[in-house]
Design a binder for this molecule. Structure first.
Ligand code: DUC
Ligand code: ZN
Ligand code: ZN
Ligand code: ZN
Length: 476
């Protein structure tokens, strides 16, 4: 099967060009100027299928490097399965996710990983890869970390937050980072000071401050800045590269920027919620159905931060100046009914997370619309750099001969409104209800198969394959 995408503006990190993209089977085989006879034939006449992309952008499929399908959390589990979550991702132009296999405390790393493979295999509509959460550091898990690269898992995550659940103390972090340095694993860090957060949260609840908004007050920026600094120093000491996930505080960005200026191999990711949403809006949220508990829709960690303090503007600036390199979603959806509801009367019991896997490309494209990002930077943040950061570039993250034909035809014209009635994520609400988007996904190809087109989904669970990743292309 050959497909020709004609007349679109092909956007890679290095620039844009109006060109035709020829696909044969699963791969891109040529990017040629329209009308070129270099390949010796009228390509449009010989291709099995032609997709007209005139006036549209043709971009590498999105790589969402941070999702949590089916994540067990707070006595429940994230509401998107691998099937529903990857289908929603495809609708939004994401063609690869990197989810987090979980080693729970007391469980063997290998068992956690095997369980994750079982959940995902045969169920994904797009390609998928894994990071490994290390939930307990001991001799056994450190030995298991040394086998991860062979499994195609070249990054792992630790938590400085959530004591008693995923939490690792400094001694454990240090030991894991030493192994990571030896093996070439990229350390991903949830950088918030969990023990201090737990004290503040308990004091708020004891004072009767139990609404969702207080979740944010229990997690002040100082505790993100402090943990970010500590993670940077531990990484520096061990010589391990560091990637800080879901950065939301401008002070944490300043820590990353200073470390990078000092030559340290340190990277940062933010998420759409930290670019657009704020603590003030969460405080003001109220509905007939939920009252002030409405704010639970936006309970995530790191938390939404005060717009008045300038965090959102700082995130946009850092994306432009490359102090932050990647935008992922931290997609971790929970329904209000029966899930978020568990924390009525005590915000500590609200499962943490927001669902955005479907909206990342659209939400970031608004940065292009408003002049905050160039087209190339949009593609870099959503596709190119996550592919390079996590050892998939060349196959993923680029439109060039030899790459997987993971491609989005993006139409810059036309307004749409996000919301629960139209999204495809398995949630009973949207954290993005009513948000207007300029531009939309017209067509999505996953390894040469048209999975979204003409307003319909044509993919299938099981098309998506596990991607064995190489080492981060940012290791040195
Ligand atoms: N933050 C979230 O919001 N959800 C899952 C885990 C995390 O760290
Ligand atoms: Zn986290
Ligand atoms: Zn996460
Ligand atoms: Zn369109």
């Amino acid at each position: 099967m050959t497909i020709l995408i004609t007349g679109g503006t092909v956007v890679n990190a290095t620039g844009t060009v109006v060109a035709d993209v020829l696909i044969d089977g699963e791969k891109v085989v040529a990017v040629v100027l329209p009308g070129s006879t270099a390949l010796g034939a009228d390509l449009a006449a010989t291709a099995d299928r032609v997709i007209d992309a005139t006036g549209k952008y043709v971009v590498p499929g999105g790589v969402d490097a941070h999702t949590h399908m089916e994540l067990p959390f707070g006595g429940t589990a994230a509401s998107d399965t691998f099937e529903t979550g990857t289908t929603a991702a495809a609708w939004g132009g994401t063609t690869t996710i990197v989810d987090f296999a979980v080693q729970k405390q007391g469980e063997r790393v290998q068992d956690g990983l095997e369980a994750w493979h079982k959940r995902a295999a045969g169920n994904c509509a797009i390609d998928y890869a894994f990071h490994q959460i290390i939930g307990g550091v001991d001799d056994d898990s450190l030995a298991a970390m040394r086998t991860l690269v062979d499994e195609g898992i070249t990054s792992y995550k630790m938590f400085m937050a959530y004591p008693g659940v995923f939490y690792a103390d400094d001694a454990q972090i240090l030991r894991a980072m030493q192994v990571a340095r030896d093996e070439g694993l990229l350390t991903m860090m949830h950088a918030e000071n969990g023990p201090a957060i737990d004290v503040l949260a308990a004091q708020l609840v004891a004072a009767g401050k139990t609404d969702p908004y207080y979740h944010g007050l229990a997690r002040p920026w100082q505790l993100e800045e402090e943990a970010t600094h500590r993670a940077i120093m531990l990484a520096d000491l061990t010589g391990a590269p560091l990637y800080v996930v879901h950065v939301s505080a401008k002070q944490a960005v300043a820590q990353l920027a200073a470390a990078r200026d000092a030559g340290k191999n340190v990277f940062g990711e933010t998420c759409p919620q930290y670019l657009y949403l704020s603590l003030e809006e969460q405080l003001g949220a109220s509905s007939e159905e939920w009252g002030a508990f409405e704010g639970a829709k936006w309970v995530c960690s790191t938390p939404l931060r005060a717009r008045a303090e300038g965090h959102q503007d700082a995130m946009w600036q850092a994306l432009r100046t490359n102090d932050l390199q990647v935008v992922s979603t931290d997609h971790c959806p929970f329904c209000m009914t029966d899930q978020k509801e568990l924390g009525r009367g005590d915000f500590r019991a609200i499962p943490n997370g927001i669902g955005s896997v479907e909206h990342r490309m659209d939400l970031l494209y608004q940065g292009v619309v408003t002049g905050r990002l160039s087209l190339e930077r949009w593609v870099e943040l959503c596709s190119v750099t996550p592919a390079r950061m996590f050892g998939m570039y060349g196959t993923k993250g680029v439109i060039q001969p030899g790459a997987d034909a993971d491609i989005v035809v993006y139409d810059p014209a036309g307004l749409t409104t996000l919301g629960v009635r139209t999204h495809h994520m398995n949630m009973d609400h949207s954290a993005w209800e009513g948000v207007e988007i300029d531009g939309h996904v017209d067509a999505v190809l996953s390894r040469g198969e048209v999975v979204v087109d003409d307003g319909g989904f044509h993919g299938r669970a099981g098309h998506g394959r596990f991607v064995k990743r190489g080492l981060s292309q940012y290791l040195v």
